[in-house]
Write a protein of this length. Structure first.
Length: 318
């Protein structure tokens, strides 16, 4: 990874970990494929506390900070493009930072390397390196917030487009569960940032502490966004149920009105369809025509009445 020399103010890439001198600061990232062997070599040279070694080997379910005599272990989470959380362990001491991630190769690390190579002075203290890593993590969460907002907006539009689509409710439930999980991660991560930003944390200087205090604003925004998104998911689910109910009521109203129109028509047809020998109207020359006019007149009259009342279609203007 990278090694910074305080005297020459230069950065050089290193392929294997070497114990830094008092004038050097090293940031070394452990690859997953050979992490155990590399980690053992590093901790043996640094004489890391056994409990700190265990925390580096095991990934925590929640972000946290563990401070020891000569080092501290920080567990944080980043987020991938598919919104899956990625665990990162950071071992930090006076002049070294060791990082390790779980089952992923985050592109943000390569971006940080590029930044340090362009700005060597940003590696002049472990506090600055730690800030750059955690700041990049917060930027990834902010990117995710913007993309999730677009996903929610598309989901809201789909509700109005087709409220009977069952996938909408399923997607809303899945998003709500995923957002809840992310919310459970980001809140303790904010507490981690607060702990690091305090003056009692031994591996940052006063200047980098100000940066961590500023970083807290990003996490306040992220937490607020996730809370809003969770509420939106519940609203989308309720909106779909409401639209389904309204649409069903509209269908039932239409069927009811059609039935009401045909009831008198059916009554008249049934009346003159009775098998009595003497029904006076059956002898009329134009009786059939009169009945047809009566039936259709009643149907049209009832339909116009419903329309005038605003029960069917738009109310007619006078």
């Amino acid at each position: 990874m990278l090694k910074y020399n305080k005297q020459s103010k230069n950065i050089e890439r290193v392929e294997s970990f070497t114990l830094p001198t008092t004038d050097e600061i090293i940031w070394f990232h452990i690859e997953n494929k050979s992490y155990q062997k590399t980690l053992d070599t590093i901790t043996e040279q640094l004489k890391v506390h056994p409990l700190a070694l265990r925390f580096m080997e095991e990934f925590s379910d929640l972000p946290k900070v563990n401070i020891f005599k000569n080092e501290a272990v920080i567990s944080v989470f980043s987020i991938e493009e598919d919104f899956q959380p990625v665990k990162i362990n950071i071992l930090v001491g006076t002049n070294f930072i060791i990082t390790r991630e779980q089952d992923s190769n985050l592109h943000l690390l390569s971006e940080i390397i590029k930044h340090f190579e362009e700005n060597p002075e940003h590696m002049s203290h472990t506090g600055y390196i730690l800030y750059r890593i955690i700041d990049k993590v917060s930027i990834e969460f902010l990117r995710a917030v913007d993309e999730i907002a677009d996903e929610i907006q598309a989901l809201e539009k789909s509700v109005f487009k087709d409220p009977f689509e069952n996938k909408i409710g399923k997607n809303a439930y899945r998003w709500k569960a995923r957002l809840h999980d992310l919310r459970q991660i980001i809140e303790p991560q904010e507490n981690v940032i607060k702990s690091i930003g305090q003056s009692e944390f031994p591996y940052i200087n006063e200047d980098s502490g100000f940066y961590f205090q500023d970083l807290q604003h990003n996490y306040v925004r992220i937490i607020s966004a996730f809370d809003t998104f969770i509420e939106n998911m519940a609203s989308i689910f309720n909106l779909q149920l409401s639209l389904k109910s309204d649409h069903t009521n509209t269908i039932m109203k239409t069927l009811t009105l059609v039935s009401v129109i045909f009831i008198p028509m059916t009554f008249i047809a049934g009346l003159y369809g009775m098998n009595f020998e003497y029904i006076p109207e059956l002898k009329w020359d134009y009786g059939y025509l009169y009945v047809l006019l009566l039936i259709f007149g009643l149907g049209i009259g009832i339909a116009l009445y419903f329309r005038n009342k605003g029960w069917w279609g738009k109310k007619g203007e006078s």
